[in-house]
Design a protein around this ligand. Sequence first.
Ligand code: TA6
Length: 303
Amino acid sequence: MNSLHLVEKEIQLDSHVSFHQDASGLKFLEVANDLATAKIAMQGGHVMTWQPRDVAEPVLWLSEHARYMHGRSIRGGVPICWPWFGAHPTDSTLCPHGFARVMPWDLMESSTLENGETRLILQILHTPVAQKQLSYPYTLTLAIEIGATLKMALSTTNRGSQPFMIGEAFHTYFNVSDVEKISLQGLEGVEYSDKVLNYDRDTQQDAVRFDGEFDRVYVNTQQDCVIDDPGYQRRIRINKTGSNSTVVWTPWEEKAHQLGDMGLDDSWRHMICIESANALENMVMIRPGQTHTLAIEYAVESR
Ligand code: TA6
């Protein structure tokens, strides 16, 4: 199949991109170019996998027990949290982390760039369910560039006449050799809110290390981060723009086993979420006609 008709228009698929649909009707794009492979679920505009050709271990962690269901977020890869992060600020009946990660998205563009990367542009569909949860007129677009690095840019445009506020994140699950043996650099000196300790505030002193459940929103930080992974002999660089928060999460054993889609083995040890975000006091006000873009670039280097 070399063209894809989702809802609004027929898009010619680039030769490196293929499309398939599973038995329940969920739609996926698969990318295989000279630089990397990737898989994207159209529900959620969700990058599930990305692996540069010269990297041995997957860069993103994807649960073997992930659920592929309509209206349910996939555990792993890069879920998109939008238009709020965590619990909805006023209505606790609404799904945590917003609706973007469970909504259908449409493909707007598929092309090969001069450097060999595959570029995809997706746009969220305005379903009645989404409309109920955010009534302001907006456009939400995701640009993905798949190559030796992974680039993603999430752009929110206010199409109405009133300002509105959003929280957001690339809730990325990285694949690591053992969460207990890695360290995370880039947050030294940054203030955080610690969900495990009742949202207490404190300041990060040194590189972050993990020996138990960890769930923190680091605020007012534009710093890039690096995951140092001696087991896989590599570093993952997380560069970001348009983001003032970084969220770091690992559920550890007990919580991971309660989640239901992480399995009952020790696969939680192989993931760490480092999320480029705008959360808590870093939520973003978007004025009429204005576009705000949250962007990341991930790169892997040998240690
Ligand atoms: O980003 C961290 C966090 O908000 C944690 O508190 C944790 O619950 C996690 O996200 C996963 O959330 P989810 O709704 O995907 O199960």
